[in-house]
Design a binder for this molecule. Structure first.
Ligand SMILES: [Zn+2]
Length: 426
């Protein structure tokens, strides 16, 4: 089974006709109708599907209205039919609440009415600081999963139900996974590990793996370090979601542009209008140096100016708002010298060239994020067992020793339904 990658939806779109030289949007642009998602830029979407959280939709009531008007979540996202949409509640948005704000019935209706392919049961996050409440939250998640699948079975729902487990240690996750499988889930999801250390994720997956029977699919929510997904896959994970590479394009201080196993620092050329106040220079001077930096980057890309000349312009502009660290200087030099954007065959790098490495505004930064996502997807799809991150023996010391299973509790003794019954399509 190949590893399935979902990207979380946060309205990541760019203006397809953005004018990079004049830094202007296309005329009469409407941010939803005119702008493109990554899957509209590339011939093949750089992911297998999109994860949409109800809590994210609920933040903009007009968005829900628009999805309903358009007819389905997939059409709203302009995603090809061959690709899938996975829905969840977005538990991160209500972890402070005593109880999840959503009821099972309304989530079932929500997934069905908007045409989701997969729908995740209602869960409640468990964090380190919530020790006093962990059992209660674990029980809420399990009880919801049970009601969710029962109602799903009784109703005429066409999406595939996914039962989610939350926990605080390998054993609590293992217990949860076992219960979900007994309830009849053929697809389970593991939540609450976004901020966990890789070694802890590995311990938890190893515990869960002992509960898995052939054909059970496992989704891992919120993978922060996608370089480890092949290790997770060897521990039973069949799908995951991650926005990490997309976001690093503009959030990370250093690793902004990924190429193969390498990462490069994007060259910051902020808008001069945003630098007034941060710099003693006047507006005109700022504008001139901003223009110099951009022009030299383009000329350097064409081989017209030397690396020293472009580097000098960039440093001069950057230092108008403060001294540049020697580390940043080294990283910029490396980016310029290695010109990674010339080595990427993706549609964005081929069409906008050096603009992709310039850290400046949504249209460059998000395109760089799309490129990162595309690179990650190539890596996931082409990965061979020979990749170093795939060598499980490196992690053996981290794996929890097998533990004897406790006797089943009364509520897990019910027989599982016949195979496939809980699994509609997909
Ligand atoms: Zn690229």
């Amino acid at each position: 089974m190949s590893l399935i990658y979902f990207i979380p939806d946060w309205d990541d779109r760019v203006d397809p006709n953005y004018d990079f030289i004049n830094d202007t949007h296309s005329p009469d642009r409407d941010p939803y109708h005119s702008d493109y998602y990554a899957h509209q830029i590339y011939n093949e979407p750089p992911y297998d599907g999109i994860l949409v959280s109800r809590a994210v939709i609920d933040r903009q009531p007009s968005k829900l209205e628009l999805i309903r008007d358009i007819g389905s979540i997939k059409r709203y996202l302009r995603l090809p039919e061959s690709h899938t949409v996975l829905g969840d509640c977005g538990a991160f948005s209500y972890w402070r609440e005593e109880n999840p704000p959503y009821k099972n019935e309304e989530m079932l209706e929500f997934y069905q009415r908007l045409g989701f392919d997969f729908g995740v049961s209602v869960d409640h996050l468990i964090f380190a600081g919530l020790d006093h409440d962990k059992e209660r939250r674990w029980n809420i998640t399990m009880e919801n999963a049970e009601v969710f699948i029962k109602r799903h079975r009784a109703g005429r729902y066409t999406f595939t139900p996914i039962g989610v487990v939350q926990g605080w240690d390998p054993e609590s996750y293992r217990r949860g996974a076992r219960q979900l499988i007994k309830m009849g889930y053929r697809y389970i999801a593991i939540g609450g590990l976004v901020r966990s250390a890789t070694k802890d994720i590995i311990r938890i997956l190893s515990a869960i793996q002992e509960e898995l029977s052939p054909g059970i699919r496992v989704h891992l929510f919120g993978v922060n370090r996608p370089e480890y997904v092949h290790v997770f896959a060897q521990l039973g994970v069949t799908s995951f979601d991650s926005a990490s590479r997309l976001r690093r394009a503009w959030i990370d201080g250093e690793r902004n542009y990924f190429l193969g196993d390498d990462a490069y620092t994007a060259i910051r050329v902020p808008y001069s209008s945003k630098m007034t106040g941060k710099s003693p220079s006047n507006e005109k001077e700022l504008q001139k140096m901003e223009k110099d930096a951009l022009t030299r980057l383009r000329d350097y890309d064409r081989g017209i100016v030397s690396i020293n000349q472009v580097f000098e312009s960039i440093v001069a502009y950057t230092e108008l708002s403060g001294k540049m660290s020697s580390r940043m200087r080294r990283e910029y030099w490396r980016t310029l010298q290695e010109e990674p954007w010339k080595r990427c065959p993706c549609a964005i790098c081929r069409s906008i060239g050096v603009e992709v490495i310039i850290f400046r505004g949504n249209n460059r930064n998000r395109r760089r994020g799309f490129h990162n996502t595309w690179q990650l997807y190539q890596n996931i799809k082409s990965n061979s067992a020979s990749a170093p991150s795939c060598d499980l023996t490196r992690y053996e010391a981290l794996l929890a020793p097998p533990q004897p299973l406790p006797p089943p509790s009364p509520d897990t003794r019910r027989a599982a339904p016949p195979r496939g019954e809980a699994d509609g399509r997909g």
